[in-house]
Design a protein around this ligand. Structure first.
Ligand code: GDP
Ligand code: MG
Length: 525
């Protein structure tokens, strides 16, 4: 999807004159891509209409940058399709919030509750888990195991009736498994213990049943959650609409989390299985991932096309609640914040600098890298900075062996040498302009290290003036000849190194002016 859309934009950019035909071709291409991604027809139709309304080519005076205006319009409308426009309730650290999770059985509620708690705990919150699922045997056990692993306090009761115990149906033992009561008890207890994030996991059913929705209504009424999060399996695609709407009718869904975005989920539904198989070969994983996401979000979260509200066939947005996280695996930390704007940026191949900076902060502790980030934000990239970064790269050893390498170094490494790191970094690459669709060739670490060393030898023959200048014109012919002689390498090699420097400097300069958060600002959500 991203590939098709960004290619359509690229084609438009390559056209010498932007006229009605070029615009239409571009819009048709995008429309087709969205429809193929299962986005509802009326959303796509409205989007095309709106863009054409905004981009009135006849009215645009000559001096206007039509390409930019069109790209911006497409960006805005895509964001609108995927974003209800109003943020969800956001809990505040230190202030008690009750968060209730709802969703069908197997959608990933219990797993996601723990991920959500763990995510906040890492940022210094005091989360707690309450198991109000008394329907499924073993539900509490599962939550208990998860919570214990993450060292998060939990509350609940074993609801499954031990097989070896005779049940006396006349006694009151069933109140023990009353989900409403357990939920209230748990919430009360953790409020007393001053937890700031009390998470209530609820039960599900295989189908959407009246009993389930009644239970959700009661639990919600009794615990008065600040936020109800609807958890949805990404493999259900457009069926998400009905499901989300059914929940929305009994509880006030305020946010959505989409799970199993990793493509490894067992027994995934028809859409994901097909998308993953067929598209995988064609475009690689990122493509089907986007496609599934766009399909799900547009049917659950969108507030688009409200103009047709009276049109009963028009299924706009089931919950109109933003997607706030996505689950990307079974493990506790396979969980990502979701944000529409960076996602669409990447979809359009525009890159995502803010997401990139977030990643840098995640991996590089600020107190270790203040100078580098400072230089980065100044945007002046000198040969000396390149030299220093090379030194750092060599110090770190082969890239494939270090998991937590400062992203910036990987970035430099990749930009210059087209080297791939592990798969877990692919998403970082996808945030970088120009890297959205390509996957880097693997297994060229040794070659790159040799190249770095060669470049450094050449730079050793440079003067201080040359190293500290950010003016590429300084490097004239006689200087290049002198450097080549000094390091005993052909002029062509020096030229190649300077070309790489220019390439990197250009990208580096795009980071100019980025706001660097101060220490402490990062841990606050
Ligand atoms: P619940 O019935 O809604 O509470 O669902 P569970 O949390 O028990 O999850 C059902 C299954 O989906 C479990 O096997 C989980 O490990 C798995 N699961 C949940 N989230 C993800 C995810 O993001 N990726 C993958 N691959 N599996 C997931
Ligand atoms: Mg569960």
């Amino acid at each position: 999807l991203g590939g098709t859309i960004s290619r359509a934009l690229q084609q438009m950019s390559n056209a010498t004159i932007i006229d009605e035909k070029v615009l239409n071709d571009c819009l048709n291409e995008i429309t087709r891509a969205l429809l193929q991604s299962d986005v509802q027809f009326n959303l796509v139709r409205d989007m095309q209409k709106n863009i054409k309304k905004i981009v009135n080519l006849d009215d645009l005076a000559a001096g206007h940058n039509k390409r930019k205006i069109i790209q911006q319009a497409i960006f805005n409308e895509l964001c609108k399709i995927l974003d209800p426009g109003k943020p969800s309730f956001t809990p505040k650290k230190g202030k008690t919030s009750v968060i209730m999770f709802v969703g069908l059985q197997g959608s990933g509620k219990t797993t996601t509750c723990t991920k959500y708690a763990f995510y906040h705990q890492k940022k210094g919150w005091k989360p707690a888990l309450v198991c109000a699922d008394t329907f499924r045997a073993g539900a509490f056990d599962q939550l208990k195991q998860n919570a214990t692993k993450a060292k998060i306090p939990f509350y609940g009761r074993f609801s499954c009736i031990p097989l070896f115990v005779e049940i006396d149906l006349s006694c009151n033992s069933y109140t023990e498994s009353d989900p409403v009561r357990i939920a209230v008890e748990g919430v009360e207890r953790f409020k007393k213990e001053n937890c700031d994030l009390i998470i209530v996991d609820t039960s599900g059913r295989h189908k959407q049943e009246a009993a389930l929705f009644e239970e959700m209504r009661q639990v919600s009424e009794a615990t008065k959650p600040d936020l109800v999060i609807f958890v949805m399996d990404s493999s259900i695609g457009q069926a998400a609409f009905d499901q989300a709407q059914a929940f929305k009718q009994s509880v006030a869904v305020g946010a959505v989390i989409i799970t199993k975005m990793d493509g490894h989920a067992k027994g995934g539904g028809a859409l994901s299985a097909r998308a993953r198989e067929v598209e995988f070969e064609q475009w690689g994983r990122i493509w089907s991932w986007e496609k599934v996401l766009v399909s799900c979000i547009s049917s659950v979260a969108s507030d688009y096309g409200d103009v047709h509200k009276d049109d009963s066939h028009n299924q706009v947005a089931a919950t109109k609640s933003p997607v706030i996280f996505i689950g990307t695996g079974e493990h506790m930390d396979e969980f990502e914040v979701f944000d529409v704007k960076p996602f669409v940026s990447r979809l359009l191949g525009m890159g995502d600098w803010s997401g990139f900076m977030d990643k840098i902060q995640e991996v590089v502790p600020m107190d270790q890298q203040p100078e580098l980030l400072q230089k980065l934000s100044e945007g002046n990239f000198t040969l000396r900075i390149m030299y220093e970064q090379f030194q750092n790269i060599l110090k770190m050893g082969p890239i494939g062996q270090v998991k937590c390498i400062p992203i910036i170094y990987i970035y430099i490494y990749i930009i210059i040498f087209d080297v791939s790191a592990q798969e877990h970094l692919e998403k970082v690459f996808s945030m970088l302009p120009g890297f959205s669709q390509e996957l880097m060739p693997k297994g060229r670490e040794k070659e790159s290290q040799a190249k770095i060393k060669r470049y450094m030898t050449m730079m050793d023959s440079m003067t201080n003036e040359e190293l500290d200048s950010s003016n590429p014109k300084l490097m004239n012919e006689s200087r290049i000849m002198r450097i080549a002689r000094g390091c005993g390498r052909p002029v062509r090699d020096v030229m190649e190194m300077l070309e790489e420097y220019k390439r990197l400097a250009k990208i580096w300069s795009k980071m100019k002016g980025l706001k660097i958060p101060k220490k402490g600002e990062m841990s606050a959500l």
